[in-house]
Design a protein around this ligand. Structure first.
Ligand code: ATP
Ligand code: MG
Length: 342
């Protein structure tokens, strides 16, 4: 299945060109990048664009398998090789024959297994665990890691010869914060995806929401954005995308910063966003269902921002008896309304 590859930034387009260029050859590829940048997606894209696509793409996460079992997982075992080995079993190398073997988290490959992996890569042959018969395979290996492999080599935690064998074609995935241009197409893609799967039709993504998403640094990269948009779709009350309630501190900080430093147009957009949220909550500010919670802001901060942006606290004016609106008591009445909303 061809993976969905979304992006429009120059860095992303250069990445797609690399994929096209490396796909037809059999050389090993080493994909490096922070968590969630799309290493597995790119590995699959390389396989799908290669002549090997008719055969299997087999993935193995080296960090997820206990080291004692990894040799058998990779190379298979003979019957009786260890207690419980009742039958001969193929390893991932053999399963991927004619196709692509994706070795994820290669930095976690135990040192003692690395010479056998190196031989399988160089000679395209190996023996199953507990066996003497040599198995020959035709496999293209794509490895990935979010660790700095060169640094692991320097610390003698990874064999230099294996590093060079894997690193024939290095591909570095840039973090999402370095390709903010991709935020809009990715957000549109994820909104459409989750709107369909959650049956929540969302057809408007406000510019100020995109501005906030672009300002965040996304340490979890595309995976974090994807999960965030899923929550946003789920919690959006209508057909307009809203930011989720459970904004993480970093995100909340970003929202705060983007508001504080907002240029005219963004300030206008923020004003509209606040007004729209207030309309949706029927001008309720505090509490679980209030606008402050929806916007991920403390209630007092929202009231401060409303004042700054010239948004009247209409509900309080409606709700508070007219006699309380004498000039001397006006400030007190606003405080009262805020408390009443909680
Ligand atoms: N260009 C893209 N377009 C659309 N979705 C993407 C793209 N890149 C990554 N994703 C999605 O982001 C999520 C993370 O991607 P992936 O698992 O490939 O990242 P990774 O770099 O392997 O992460 P990790 O280091 O944590 O294993 C996946 O759900 C994937 O579908
Ligand atoms: Mg991965």
């Amino acid at each position: 299945m061809t993976p969905d590859l979304i992006g429009s930034s120059s860095k992303f387009r250069a990445l797609l060109q690399d994929v096209e260029m490396v796909a037809p050859v059999d050389s090993a590829v080493l994909i490096q990048g922070e968590t969630g940048t799309g290493k597995e997606v790119i590995a699959r894209a390389i396989h799908e664009a290669s002549p090997r696509r008719k055969n299997r793409f087999v993935a193995l996460n080296c960090a997820a398998i206990p080291s004692a079992l990894l040799e058998s997982e990779l190379f298979g075992h003979e019957r009786g090789a260890f207690t419980g080995a009742c039958t001969q079993t193929k390893g991932r190398f053999q399963m991927a024959d004619g196709g692509t073997l994706f070795l994820d988290e290669i930095g976690d490959m135990p040192l003692e297994l690395q010479p056998k992996l190196l031989r399988a890569l160089q000679e395209r042959e190996f023996e199953r665990l507990g066996g003497a018969q040599t198995v020959r395979v035709n496999v293209r290996v794509v490895a990935a890691t979010n660790q700095d492999l060169a640094e692991l080599v320097a610390k003698k935690l990874f064999r230099a010869d294996l590093f060079y064998r894997l690193n024939v074609i290095p591909i570095c995935l840039p973090p999402l914060r370095e390709r903010a241009e991709d935020i809009l197409p990715l957000t549109e893609f994820f909104v459409a995806k989750f709107a369909a799967s959650l049956n929540k039709p969302i057809d408007v993504i406000p510019d100020d929401v995109i501005a906030v998403l672009k300002a965040h640094d996304w340490p979890g990269n595309i995976r974090e954005l994807q999960n965030f948009i899923e929550r946003a779709v789920l919690f959006s009350p209508g057909s307009v995308l809203r930011l989720p309630l459970d904004l993480k501190p970093t995100m909340r900080q970003t929202v705060k910063q983007s508001w504080e430093s907002a240029p005219g147009t963004l300030a206008d957009a923020n004003r509209e966003h606040i007004l729209e949220t207030l309309r949706q909550t029927d001008w309720l500010i505090g509490g679980q269902d209030g606008a402050a919670n929806r916007l991920g802001l403390p209630r007092t901060t929202l009231i401060y921002k409303m004042r700054k942006l010239g948004i009247e606290t209409r509900r309080s004016l409606r709700a508070i008896p007219i006699r309380q609106l004498a000039p001397a008591r006006q400030v007190a009445s606003e405080q009262c309304h805020a408390a009443a909303n909680c």
